[in-house]
Design a protein around this ligand. Structure first.
Ligand code: GLN
Length: 187
Protein backbone atom coordinates (compact mmCIF):
# COMPACT_ATOMS: atom_id res chain seq x y z
CA UNK A 1 0.00 0.00 0.00
CA UNK A 2 1.23 3.47 -0.92
CA UNK A 3 0.61 6.17 1.69
CA UNK A 4 1.63 9.82 1.38
CA UNK A 5 2.90 12.08 4.12
CA UNK A 6 2.54 15.82 3.51
CA UNK A 7 6.16 16.93 3.78
CA UNK A 8 5.97 20.74 3.77
CA UNK A 9 6.89 21.21 7.44
CA UNK A 10 6.71 19.37 10.75
CA UNK A 11 6.86 15.77 11.94
CA UNK A 12 6.54 13.95 8.61
CA UNK A 13 9.67 11.78 8.96
CA UNK A 14 8.32 10.22 12.17
CA UNK A 15 5.07 9.20 10.45
CA UNK A 16 7.06 7.82 7.54
CA UNK A 17 9.12 5.62 9.88
CA UNK A 18 6.02 4.12 11.56
CA UNK A 19 4.29 3.48 8.21
CA UNK A 20 7.38 1.83 6.75
CA UNK A 21 7.61 -0.33 9.87
CA UNK A 22 4.09 -1.53 9.02
CA UNK A 23 5.14 -2.41 5.46
CA UNK A 24 3.67 0.58 3.63
CA UNK A 25 5.42 2.32 0.77
CA UNK A 26 5.67 6.00 1.76
CA UNK A 27 5.74 9.02 -0.53
CA UNK A 28 6.69 12.49 0.73
CA UNK A 29 4.14 14.86 -0.80
CA UNK A 30 5.31 18.34 -1.79
CA UNK A 31 3.78 18.75 -5.25
CA UNK A 32 0.34 17.90 -6.68
CA UNK A 33 1.82 15.11 -8.81
CA UNK A 34 3.09 13.34 -5.69
CA UNK A 35 -0.53 12.45 -4.86
CA UNK A 36 -0.84 10.11 -7.84
CA UNK A 37 -1.41 6.49 -6.88
CA UNK A 38 -1.67 7.08 -3.13
CA UNK A 39 -4.29 5.28 -1.02
CA UNK A 40 -4.22 7.84 1.77
CA UNK A 41 -2.38 10.87 3.11
CA UNK A 42 -1.18 11.93 6.56
CA UNK A 43 -1.10 15.63 7.45
CA UNK A 44 1.58 15.83 10.15
CA UNK A 45 1.95 17.99 13.22
CA UNK A 46 4.03 21.13 13.08
CA UNK A 47 2.75 24.66 12.71
CA UNK A 48 -0.61 24.86 10.96
CA UNK A 49 -0.21 28.45 9.69
CA UNK A 50 3.13 27.52 8.10
CA UNK A 51 1.76 24.31 6.58
CA UNK A 52 -1.23 26.25 5.21
CA UNK A 53 0.88 29.05 3.73
CA UNK A 54 3.27 26.57 2.10
CA UNK A 55 0.33 24.58 0.70
CA UNK A 56 -0.95 27.80 -0.91
CA UNK A 57 2.52 28.70 -2.24
CA UNK A 58 2.97 25.21 -3.74
CA UNK A 59 -0.52 25.25 -5.33
CA UNK A 60 -1.46 22.25 -3.23
CA UNK A 61 -4.66 23.40 -1.56
CA UNK A 62 -7.11 22.41 -4.32
CA UNK A 63 -5.29 19.16 -5.25
CA UNK A 64 -5.28 18.15 -1.57
CA UNK A 65 -9.01 18.88 -1.25
CA UNK A 66 -9.78 16.88 -4.40
CA UNK A 67 -7.62 14.00 -3.16
CA UNK A 68 -9.31 14.08 0.24
CA UNK A 69 -12.80 13.87 -1.29
CA UNK A 70 -11.81 10.42 -2.60
CA UNK A 71 -9.31 9.08 -0.10
CA UNK A 72 -8.37 8.59 3.53
CA UNK A 73 -6.79 11.56 5.33
CA UNK A 74 -5.40 11.75 8.84
CA UNK A 75 -4.41 15.02 10.47
CA UNK A 76 -2.31 14.91 13.64
CA UNK A 77 -2.15 18.08 15.74
CA UNK A 78 -1.39 20.93 13.27
CA UNK A 79 -2.60 18.52 10.56
CA UNK A 80 -5.95 18.17 12.36
CA UNK A 81 -6.23 21.97 12.37
CA UNK A 82 -5.45 22.07 8.64
CA UNK A 83 -8.06 19.37 7.93
CA UNK A 84 -10.84 21.11 9.86
CA UNK A 85 -13.56 23.47 8.68
CA UNK A 86 -13.35 26.02 11.49
CA UNK A 87 -10.51 27.30 13.69
CA UNK A 88 -12.00 30.68 14.67
CA UNK A 89 -9.45 32.66 12.68
CA UNK A 90 -8.46 33.19 9.08
CA UNK A 91 -5.69 30.86 7.92
CA UNK A 92 -5.49 28.52 4.92
CA UNK A 93 -7.33 25.27 5.67
CA UNK A 94 -8.42 22.24 3.68
CA UNK A 95 -11.79 22.84 5.34
CA UNK A 96 -12.97 19.27 4.83
CA UNK A 97 -13.75 17.77 8.21
CA UNK A 98 -16.79 18.81 10.25
CA UNK A 99 -14.88 19.62 13.40
CA UNK A 100 -14.44 22.93 15.17
CA UNK A 101 -10.93 23.32 16.56
CA UNK A 102 -9.32 25.64 19.11
CA UNK A 103 -5.58 26.06 18.55
CA UNK A 104 -3.13 25.96 21.45
CA UNK A 105 -6.03 25.17 23.73
CA UNK A 106 -4.09 23.89 26.70
CA UNK A 107 -2.29 27.07 27.79
CA UNK A 108 1.39 27.87 28.26
CA UNK A 109 2.09 26.08 31.56
CA UNK A 110 0.89 22.79 30.17
CA UNK A 111 2.06 23.23 26.59
CA UNK A 112 2.97 19.56 26.52
CA UNK A 113 1.60 16.63 28.48
CA UNK A 114 1.00 12.91 28.16
CA UNK A 115 -2.08 10.94 29.11
CA UNK A 116 -3.52 7.44 28.59
CA UNK A 117 -6.64 7.55 26.43
CA UNK A 118 -9.38 5.01 26.15
CA UNK A 119 -9.98 4.53 22.39
CA UNK A 120 -12.69 1.88 21.85
CA UNK A 121 -11.68 1.29 18.18
CA UNK A 122 -8.17 0.33 19.28
CA UNK A 123 -9.20 -1.91 22.16
CA UNK A 124 -6.99 -2.50 25.19
CA UNK A 125 -4.61 -1.26 26.53
CA UNK A 126 -5.32 2.51 26.59
CA UNK A 127 -3.37 4.58 24.05
CA UNK A 128 -0.53 6.64 25.51
CA UNK A 129 -1.01 10.06 23.88
CA UNK A 130 1.58 12.85 23.64
CA UNK A 131 0.20 16.40 23.36
CA UNK A 132 2.48 19.24 22.19
CA UNK A 133 0.94 22.73 22.06
CA UNK A 134 -2.10 20.78 21.08
CA UNK A 135 -5.40 21.91 19.64
CA UNK A 136 -8.69 20.85 21.16
CA UNK A 137 -11.56 19.53 19.04
CA UNK A 138 -14.31 21.69 20.51
CA UNK A 139 -17.16 20.03 18.67
CA UNK A 140 -17.99 17.61 15.89
CA UNK A 141 -20.93 18.03 13.51
CA UNK A 142 -22.40 16.45 10.39
CA UNK A 143 -21.29 12.84 10.07
CA UNK A 144 -18.15 13.36 12.19
CA UNK A 145 -18.06 11.46 15.47
CA UNK A 146 -15.98 11.50 18.62
CA UNK A 147 -13.29 8.82 18.82
CA UNK A 148 -11.52 9.73 22.05
CA UNK A 149 -11.82 12.22 24.88
CA UNK A 150 -9.71 13.27 27.83
CA UNK A 151 -10.96 12.03 31.21
CA UNK A 152 -12.81 15.37 31.59
CA UNK A 153 -14.72 14.80 28.34
CA UNK A 154 -12.86 17.20 26.05
CA UNK A 155 -12.55 15.77 22.52
CA UNK A 156 -9.07 14.85 21.24
CA UNK A 157 -9.80 12.43 18.38
CA UNK A 158 -12.55 12.31 15.77
CA UNK A 159 -13.47 10.32 12.69
CA UNK A 160 -15.63 11.19 9.69
CA UNK A 161 -15.78 8.36 7.18
CA UNK A 162 -12.21 7.91 5.97
CA UNK A 163 -10.95 11.08 7.70
CA UNK A 164 -9.27 11.07 11.08
CA UNK A 165 -8.21 13.94 13.32
CA UNK A 166 -6.10 13.55 16.47
CA UNK A 167 -4.95 16.42 18.72
CA UNK A 168 -1.95 14.36 19.78
CA UNK A 169 1.07 12.70 18.15
CA UNK A 170 0.83 8.89 17.72
CA UNK A 171 3.96 9.00 15.55
CA UNK A 172 6.05 9.88 18.63
CA UNK A 173 5.26 6.69 20.57
CA UNK A 174 6.01 3.04 19.89
CA UNK A 175 2.33 2.18 19.71
CA UNK A 176 1.42 1.84 16.03
CA UNK A 177 -2.29 1.05 16.48
CA UNK A 178 -3.49 4.42 15.14
CA UNK A 179 -1.31 3.97 12.04
CA UNK A 180 -2.73 0.46 11.55
CA UNK A 181 -6.25 1.83 11.95
CA UNK A 182 -5.51 4.52 9.34
CA UNK A 183 -4.06 1.98 6.89
CA UNK A 184 -7.31 -0.01 7.18
CA UNK A 185 -9.32 3.14 6.40
CA UNK A 186 -7.09 3.75 3.37
CA UNK A 187 -7.62 0.26 1.96
N1 GLN B 1 0.35 24.73 17.93
C1 GLN B 1 0.43 24.21 16.58
C2 GLN B 1 -0.58 24.92 15.67
O1 GLN B 1 -1.46 25.59 16.15
C3 GLN B 1 0.20 22.72 16.55
C4 GLN B 1 1.29 22.02 17.36
C5 GLN B 1 1.64 20.67 16.84
O2 GLN B 1 1.35 20.27 15.72
N2 GLN B 1 2.35 19.94 17.68
O3 GLN B 1 -0.48 24.79 14.49
Amino acid sequence: MKIGVLALQGAFAEHQAVLEGLGAEVVQVRLPKDLEGLSGLILPGGESTTIGKLAVAFNLLEPLRAFGQQHALWGTCAGAIFLSKDVHRPQPLLGLMDIQVARNAFGRQVDSFEVDLNVPELGEPPFHAVFIRAPLIESVSGSARVMATLPDGRIVAAQQGRWLATSFHPELTRDDRFHRFFMELAQ
